[in-house]
Design a protein around this ligand. Structure first.
Ligand code: HAM
Length: 425
């Protein structure tokens, strides 16, 4: 039997209802903040990602699914969505009117990482990006929006971690200080960090290897290297979050694994998933639009790890299951034919109803209704046809009532509407 590719997964009925709930809640929540959906392809030119995310990042160096197509063009399955959203933003001149632009997108990403709990090679993200606002208020607003979504979804035990990594004016000074510091610690660094020490010294700050964490005790602080504008910006982000009652931790080591960030970076972390503790991450990327050929345009965004969010909420999966409102149990040829007409009419009118089309016994049809968790069963056997009534059985209370055959559809609609109003469907 042909099996799934390692690190990829199926999302099955039973799980998907929770995913759908998350997706609709997020879309509605973002729309109330003025966001509009954008759909972008999963395949882009490799250059888009190597330039945006950065050649020296783990994603570009080790994790992209890249291949030459039949004409030799280098293409990559997107490892993230921001670069593509920026590409679309520039290509379709979405900057031309109506600033700020607020866009969200939901879909699969691909990174060839080592699979483990909470880490997949195809995973899903919910992204939100705002273009055209330099104000630090937007940074706070986006974190507020994200935390609000998590509250709506009742996500337990999360915390917001924020930092500022400066701008092209002040970051080079920090990088130089960090490189000089790391030279004195070279023997204690892991192999990756030794390479990073000159090419991407910021990344050493968030290396998880215990030896590296110890070696960088006493490293220069990013905060003390921020220029005045970056320091002011960060100060306003923090005070606005406090005013909005969003608790946060200033995490001096939070630098993120993508090179396009400027100033604010942040992650929402959870205790529920072991090592893969980031359930969302993002920040400001004021240089990227221009860098990819657009006009100078500030931007801020984040991505939620959909799989991780669904894993945290999995214990509540049952709450989102949908069951048929009605099962039609029919016996005999005439009963089957009439019931089939009813079933099609009900389904068309938006009622989730089911019936057995294989002529099974009444006993096995009732078992099937039970397995499907149908709240009501409409029974139509030869006797009922003779009497021109159908029997409606409430599976919970076991009460039964007779409905004249000629009146079945309107009577059922009335009963089902009343049950819905009572919150029973
Ligand atoms: P990221 O931190 O690489 O940022 O990914 C965002 C989130 O996606 C992570 O916090 C995590 O929850 C989830 N994630 C990442 N890799 C995996 C994986 N292999 N398996 C499961 N979940 C994963 C970005 O992608 C940026 N584009 C976010 C952004 C948007 N920045 C600005 N705008």
């Amino acid at each position: 039997m042909i099996q799934l590719v390692k690190g990829f997964k199926d999302i099955l009925p039973g799980e998907i209802e929770l995913w759908q709930h998350i997706e609709t809640t997020a879309a509605k929540h973002f729309q109330s903040f003025g966001f509009k959906e954008i759909r972008i392809p999963v395949l882009e030119r490799t250059e888009l990602f190597s330039r945006s995310i950065g050649d020296d990042t783990d994603i570009v160096e080790k994790e992209m699914y890249t291949f030459a197509d039949r004409k030799g063009e280098m293409l990559t399955l997107r490892p993230e969505a921001t670069a593509s959203v920026v590409r679309a933003y520039i290509q379709h001149k979405l900057h031309a009117d109506n600033l700020p632009r607020k866009l969200y997108t939901i879909g699969p990403m691909f990174r060839r990482e080592r699979p483990q709990k909470g880490r997949f090679r195809q995973f899903y993200q919910i992204n939100a990006e705002v273009f055209g606002v330099a104000s630090p208020l937007v940074d706070a607003q986006m974190i507020f929006m994200l935390m609000g979504l998590f509250t709506k979804l009742s996500v337990p035990e999360i915390s917001a971690h924020i930092n500022s990594i400066g701008c092209p004016d002040c970051r080079p000074r920090f990088k130089a200080a960090m490189t000089a510091f790391l030279e004195t610690r070279m023997n204690s660094l892991c192999e990756d960090c030794r390479k990073r020490s000159t090419r991407n010294p910021l990344r050493v700050l968030d290396c998880k290897v215990p030896g590296c964490r110890e070696a960088i005790e006493g490293a220069p602080s990013l905060e003390s290297h921020l220029c005045c504008d970056c320091a002011d910006h960060f100060h306003t982000v923090k005070s606005s979050l406090t005013d909005l009652n969003i608790p946060f931790v200033h995490d001096h080591r939070l630098v993120r694994g993508l090179d396009y960030y400027t100033r604010t970076t942040f992650e929402i972390q959870t205790q529920a998933l072991g090592a893969q503790n980031a359930v969302a991450g993002g920040g400001r990327y004021d240089e990227l639009v221009k860098f990819l050929g657009g006009p100078p345009q500030p931007a801020f965004g984040f991505a939620i790890g959909f799989d991780r969010l669904a894993a945290i909420l999995e214990p509540r999966q049952e709450d989102f299951q949908r069951h048929p409102a009605l099962f039609v149990a029919a016996l005999g040829k005439a009963g089957q034919e009439t019931a089939f007409q009813w079933l099609c009419a009900l389904n068309e009118m938006g009622i989730p109803a089911e019936m057995d089309l294989e002529n099974r016994s009444l006993k096995s049809q009732m078992k099937q209704a039970d397995r499907l968790h149908a709240a009501l069963v409409l029974i139509l056997g030869d006797d009922e046809i003779q009497k021109q009534v159908a029997v409606l059985r409430n599976m919970e209370t076991k009460e039964q009532e007779e409905i004249p055959v000629a009146d079945v559809i309107p009577a059922l609609m009335k009963i089902l509407t009343a049950r819905k109003a009572d919150g029973k469907e």
